[in-house]
Write a protein that binds this ligand. Structure first.
Ligand code: SAM
Length: 243
């Protein structure tokens, strides 16, 4: 079946997301690096730095996919720490394992398959919880964040790295042209799927703006929520601590 996220009603969004990531998993890392001109790596490094993972920390990477954020966190937590990649899609987890397993210094990364809306860990388990370019896919955004906050220890820190809208209007027009026209064409050409990449700008537009997201996270139980716009706001990282 070749369905896109937009053809699905809300109750079927999870299924659409699963089909999408099944399709893109083998080429996920390559396509991200290409479509972002490699800038995604700088965003991820800056975001994990903001999160402030310390040696020995237990870290949860929700919607962790192929594990880029988990790798960065694992290097900071060291072998005394623990990093869990939590993702609904087995093909994405397997693509991540393939990349991570050869490195002995990353052997404290583990993998759990599950839904971000029902995280299978007890309350107050983790020092840090992070989600990178994933919460936009979760059907009920607030449920996903509440679950991340629930499994954080009091004082534990949450990171959300997500696409947003460029701040400068001229840059935004260029970016819109790129994401609505060029990106789906490249998706078709290189990954055989224009549809998968055509959904991206739509889901980004539906996502709360940075200030709104900061207010939502504060309402859900975080304090000191700060955010930083990256590459003129193409991506935004929010961090906050559990009250
Ligand atoms: N965090 C990784 C990164 O930054 O490269 C992967 C991001 S990828 C765009 C989104 C991931 O979210 C996919 O691996 C997908 O399987 C996962 N995902 C989508 N909906 C989910 C859900 N409800 N629960 C858990 N994982 C989910």
């Amino acid at each position: 079946a070749r369905f896109g996220i937009r053809e699905f009603a809300e109750e079927n969004k999870a299924e659409a997301v699963r089909i999408h990531f099944d399709r893109v998993a083998p080429k996920y890392d390559f396509m991200n690096s290409l479509l972002s001109f490699g800038i995604q790596h700088a965003w991820k490094r800056a975001a994990v730095r903001m999160l402030g993972v310390k040696p020995g920390d237990r870290v949860l990477d929700v919607c962790g996919g192929t594990g880029d954020l988990a790798i960065l966190a694992a290097r900071r937590s060291g072998p005394a720490g623990q990093v869990v990649i939590f993702d609904i899609n087995l093909a994405m987890i397997q693509a991540g394992r393939h990349k991570i397993d050869p490195y002995p210094d990353l052997s404290h990364i583990s993998y759990v398959q599950g839904n971000a809306e029902a995280i299978t860990f007890p309350d107050n388990t983790f020092d840090c919880a992070m989600v990178g370019f994933g919460i936009r896919n979760v059907t009920h955004l607030k449920t996903g964040f509440s679950e991340m906050i629930r499994v954080l220890k009091p004082g534990g820190r949450l990171l959300c790295l997500e696409f947003s809208r460029p701040l400068n209007p001229v840059f935004r027009s260029l970016y819109d042209f790129y994401s609505f026209n060029i990106m789906p064409a490249l998706g078709q050409l290189l990954a055989g799927s224009a549809e998968s990449y055509a959904c991206l700008p739509e889901t980004i537009r539906m996502f709360p703006l940075p200030g709104e997201l900061a207010a939502m996270l504060t309402d859900l139980g975080l304090r000191n929520v700060n955010w930083e716009a990256m590459t003129n706001g193409i991506s935004v990282a929010h961090v906050g601590s559990k009250r």
